[in-house]
Structures are given as C-alpha cells and as structure tokens.
Design a protein around this ligand. Structure first.
Ligand SMILES: *Cc1c(COP(=O)(O)O)cnc(C)c1O
Length: 432
C-alpha cells in the first residue's frame, strides 16, 4: 500500500537547487542519501513521532534528528520553555544560571561526571577530551575502535564510523599523517588487541576512547566483559578510559551506558539529547582531571556560544521530561517490539538478518551475523538495505539512510506507530 499520493516533486526541486549552493546539497554528508541512492527528502516540519516533507508526505520518524528528539519532536513543554527563554535574548557570552541547572542535572545523572564543561557539538566535546587526556597523562597516543565515530576532528578520522563508513571513505584527504600517527585502532569487542597495543606502546597511551554501545557502524552492543576488561586494562597501564556517550547518554538509560553497564570511565563526552534539539555538547569527569581545564587549569578550551541560554533551556526541559518514571521501560518495550518484529518478518521471508535494541536505540543488519565489530557489520547486503530503505520511505517510514547508523525511537512513538511500521516492513520485505 504505497500511498498513491507519494510524490517528491518539491523535494527534488529544492535538492537540485541545494546541490548548486552547498557541497552535495547538504550541511552534513549522510543526509544526502548517497549510500541508499534515490532522492533525499526535504523536511518542512516535525512534531512528536512524525515528520512532514515539503510535498506534505507524513512519515513515522526513526532518526529523531539523530537522537536528540527522545521526547518527541517539538515537545510542547520544550517549545514553551524556549519561547520564555527567547524573550530574555539569544546569547549572553557570560555566565548564566541556566548553566548551573543543566550542569547539576548532568552531574547527578552520569556516574563519572563530577565537573562538566559545555561546548556546542559532540565533535567539539571529543576534541577537547582528547586534549585533556593528553594534558593529564603527559602521553600522546590514544586507542580508538574501528567503526566508532567521535566527530570529525583530524585525530579521530581513522577507521571512523558514521558518514565515513557510509560513504566508504578510507580516511579523509586533508588529514596530515602527523595528526593521526598517535591514533591506534583496534576492532571493537577485542580485548586482546587492546592488550597488545598497550604492550607494544608501554607508558605512551594516554587513553582509550569508545562508544560503549556502537551506533555509528550500525547498532553493535558490547560483549559481556568487554567494558570491564577495558576498565581494568586502562587502570593497569596508567591510561584513562573515555566513554563517548554523545549518542548513548540519556538514550539507553538516564545515566547512559555507564549506568546501564555499571562501568565508570574517567571522562565522558555528551551531546545530542542534552541539547534537546539545539546545538550542545559537553565533556566531564573526575574533578582532578577536569580541574586542568582553563581557566581553572592550563588546558585551553573555549567557545563564544558555549552554554548558550536557549540550548541550556532545551536541554534542561528535555532531561526533566526524561525523569518521569517509566520513560526507559517504555522506550525499551516499544523498541524491542519493533526490533524483534523486524527480525521475525525478515527471517520468515528467508533473509539473513540480525539486530536488536537497548532501550530506545536499535539496529538491523542484512547479514546473518552475529555482528561484534565493524568488519562483521560490513558483511551486510547494502543493496538489499537500500531497497528496504526506499520501500519504507515510500510507505511513510523514515529510517536512517545508511546501514551503518543506529535507529532511534521516542516516548512519542505509540504501539500503533510500531504496528504500522511492522505492517509496512512486511510488505517491503516480501518484495525485496
Ligand atoms: C554524533 C556523534 C558525535 C559527533 O557529534 P556532533 O554533534 O555531530 O559533532 C560524536 N560521537 C558520537 C558517539 C556521536 O554519535
């Protein structure tokens, strides 16, 4: 039941014009639908679990602006708080009480965070935390994992996930060798590889950074013992453990992966949800380490718009909404229903698939799996995923336009939305 009304005339017009104005027609690469092919959809408005495009097609949205829309898009309470904040102005470039409020909420929620610094994006948070781990340990090398994405700073563009994986770019031109020579990489879920790197580089590794649950190579959860093992290895070697919870923070549990798995890193990066849909990032951790950050200490890091009152307001209201009891149980219930349903339908139709969910974060790979790391994820049938993606789009279901991105639900998604999605999936999967 492809809605006969499905047309994309205006999207096509606007995107054609955009391609002359901006590289690839977009402000961020994955939005261009390159890996799934076909026409990207140009949005007009968002509300709750839904988005509408410029041709007035309505979709159930499982991207949620890549995670922040966990309460549903344009939640009335967030919008109302923003209206009030707007009356007081858009930027102070000076301290505001709102920063205290959000800082306190973040410190209360995230086990590793005793002090926090706000920035404007996840990329910025990861850049700063890299400088901080080097400043604190006096060491230059870091370990990251293949397929993990920590923003687009030079030092992290080595076997990175998200758009880099989606577009099949090895590393980016313009990144000098000198910028990545201290970036060591290991396969996710491979403790032995990490151990070997520590042995080959004694007293040289500042820290290990990872997505505790990978979302930027598709959805890949940690094997039992992996996070624990990293905690032990970093301690033994005088290195820091950094959880990049830009995606998982306030997503898989209120206190993020560190609460969910009971492993406390030394430093944590945040973003996405804590901005409630406005541009925010943050990094935080142990007080002795954070005390090195300027002006308290010598490690320089700054930002004209950091701690922006509108962004703080949206973040505060979003976290308040998430504190309602049952939030994460609800997200887990509907998302499990979706992930299990998709797997079951695909298996019944004879397709090799695997996947799952943790709370409101999910993924489905077109490979029999199991997927423990990025190499496994790359075995997915990308052509099949593209056809699946397009079929769902035509039936009003908006999924991330890449096999290598996790999906997200929100508390605004209803059981009915999930049923409708599974119904569409049954049709599309039958025709793959
Ligand atoms: C999205 C993301 C980033 C980058 O955040 P931006 O706000 O896009 O710069 C970094 N790390 C992880 C784990 C992410 O998911």
């Amino acid at each position: 039941m492809v809605t006969t009304s499905f047309k994309t005339t205006k999207s096509e017009e606007i995107f054609a014009a955009a391609q002359k104005l901006m590289p690839g027609g977009v402000s961020s690469p994955v939005r261009a639908f390159k890996s799934v092919g076909g026409q990207p959809i140009v949005f007009d408005r968002v509300k709750g679990a839904y988005i509408w495009d410029v041709d007035d097609n309505q979709y159930i949205d499982y991207v949620g602006t890549w995670g922040p829309a966990i309460c549903g898009h344009a939640h009335p309470e967030v919008i109302e708080a923003l209206h009030k904040a707007l009356e007081k102005g858009t930027s102070f470039g000076a301290p505001s009480y709102l920063e205290n409020v959000l800082a306190e909420m973040v410190i209360d929620a995230v086990p590793s965070i005793e002090m926090v610094r706000f920035v404007n994006s996840g990329t910025e948070a990861c850049m700063a935390v890299l400088r901080l781990m080097r400043a604190f340990t006096g060491r230059d090398k870091i370990i990251k994992f293949e397929g993990c994405y920590h923003g687009h700073a030079d030092m992290f563009l080595v076997k990175a996930g998200s758009g880099v994986a989606t577009l099949g770019l090895p590393d980016s031109p313009g990144v000098p060798k000198s910028a990545t020579q201290n970036t060591l990489t290991a396969p996710f879920n491979d403790l032995e590889a990490v151990k070997a790197l520590f042995e080959e580089n004694p007293d040289q590794i500042a820290g290990v950074i990872l997505e505790p649950v990978v979302g930027n190579a598709g959805f890949i959860p940690p094997d039992g013992g992996f996070l624990e093992g990293l905690r032990v290895l970093t301690k033994e070697n005088g290195a820091l453990l950094i959880f990049d919870e830009v995606m998982t923070g306030f997503r898989i549990a209120y206190g993020g992966a560190q609460e969910k798995f009971g492993i406390t890193p030394d430093l944590t990066t945040l973003g996405k949800i804590i901005g409630g849909g406005l541009p925010v990032g943050a990094y935080g951790g142990r007080r002795d380490i954070m005390s090195m950050v300027a002006p308290s200490g010598p490690m320089y890091q700054a930002g004209t718009l950091s701690g922006n009152p509108l962004a703080m307001t949206a973040g505060i209201k979003t976290l308040e909404l998430l504190q309602k009891s049952g939030t994460y149980e609800y997200l887990d219930r509907i998302t499990k229903k979706l992930a299990d349903g998709l797997l079951q339908i695909a298996k019944e139709k004879g397709h090799a698939v695997c996947g799952g969910n943790i709370s409101g974060m999910f993924g489905l790979f077109f490979t029999s799996g199991p997927v423990h790391n990025y190499e496994d994820a790359k075995k997915s049938d990308l052509a099949k995923f593209s056809r699946f993606h397009r079929g769902m789009l035509e039936r009003g279901i908006y999924l991330a336009p890449s096999q290598f991105e996790a999906g997200f639900t929100s508390v605004a998604h209803t059981e009915e939305d999930i049923d409708r999605t599974l119904q569409a999936a049954a049709e599309v999967i039958s025709s793959l």
